[in-house]
Design a protein around this ligand. Structure first.
Ligand code: F6P
Length: 326
């Protein structure tokens, strides 16, 4: 095995808070081991276009606390084609890059998996960065903790106005087709009901829950994951308004505020640990894997097994929400 002298580092797909902390960890640990790091800007698209910059210790100063990604990100249609991936490969070769660390979510992992199968001479380790927490091989993804804390802060505020006006709020959170954000934050804000794509959303069950609730309870929160089958918060709101015209109902879609903000300590620490582990894994000859944390230990999962899946919803969560939101 030839020792790795130069790593290419990039962020791709949706940004997530903690990506910068992961960039810092990769750059600083690589330098610690005398490995050069080339930053690739704008994800796969920048790889194809040769947007490659040298990175040093100082270039990652003062970023651990910042949301977003200093390397910029994006999605690339070109990289989905073999021709696009060939162009990217040629750029990497031209820049003497022997290995890649890819920071991103589901789409990024699918992209690097295909690339690694076609060009196995470039080693690849992916680091899970997405607010959605929907990757197999890590109990938590980088950005999830910050996003759920942003949601909690926003919904606590909504609860105050809901309580003052005796209103029912349908709150929609992100997560693509995963309900992990809705599930955990729903419990965290004391929601009266949670609707996630992993379980069949039964509107009759929702009506029953709303009717069963205490009559003297003045505010109600229904937490809906954006990927839920009945059509998201506006559709659920419409149905509720039709059925209960005397409920004062409002819909609130939290949107992209969930992707920004200072990463929490949990996300900074996760990013630091996984960033260092990615570099050490490449040095040890790993490739074609995602590094994650399982039961607080570093773990590696083949790229093909780490892409999005529908987790079984933790039944304990649903049971607790139902028990506590009476
Ligand atoms: O994957 C992260 C995520 O924020 C999802 O939760 C959401 O569905 C999607 O990205 C939104 O993407 P965009 O910023 O392109 O609208």
């Amino acid at each position: 095995m030839t020792p790795i002298k130069k790593i290419g580092l990039f962020t791709s797909g949706s940004d997530s808070p903690g990506m910068n902390a992961a960039i810092r960890a990769v750059v600083r640990s690589a330098i610690y081991y005398n490995i050069e790091v080339a930053g690739i800007r704008h994800g796969f698209e920048g790889m194809i276009n040769g947007e490659i910059i040298p990175m040093g210790t100082k270039s990652v100063s003062n970023i651990i606390q910042r949301g977003g990604t200093m390397l910029k990100t994006g999605r690339s249609e070109q990289f989905k084609s073999p021709q696009g991936r060939k162009l990217a490969y040629e750029q990497l070769k031209k820049n003497n890059i022997q290995a890649l660390v890819a920071l991103g979510g589901n789409g990024t992992i699918i992209g690097v998996k295909e690339f690694n199968e076609e060009y196995p001479d470039i080693a690849v380790i992916a680091v899970p960065c997405t607010i959605d927490n929907d990757l197999r091989g890590s109990d938590f993804t980088i950005g999830y903790d910050t996003a759920i804390n942003t949601v909690i802060e926003a919904v606590d505020k909504i609860r105050e106005t809901a309580e003052s006006h005796d209103r029912l709020f349908i709150v929609e959170v992100m997560g693509a087709d995963s309900g992990m954000i809705a599930l955990r934050t729903g419990m965290g804000v004391g929601a009266e009901a949670i609707m996630v794509p992993e379980t069949k959303s039964d509107l009759n069950a929702l009506f029953e829950r709303l009717e069963r609730g205490r009559k003297d309870k003045t505010s109600k929160i229904v937490m809906v994951a954006e990927g839920d089958e009945p059509g998201g918060a506006f559709e659920i709101g419409r149905v509720i308004m039709e059925r209960y015209p005397n409920y004062d109902t409002r819909v609130s879609v939290l949107g992209h505020i969930q992707r920004g903000g200072k990463p929490t300590c949990m996300d900074r620490v996760l990013a630091s640990r996984l960033g260092v582990a990615a570099v050490e894994a490449l040095m040890a000859g790993h490739t074609g894997e995602m590094v994650g944390l399982i039961h607080d230990d570093i773990a590696f999962t083949p790229l093909g097994q780490s892409v999005k899946y529908h987790q079984d919803v933790n039944a304990e969560f649903i049971r607790i929400v139902e028990m506590l939101s009476l």
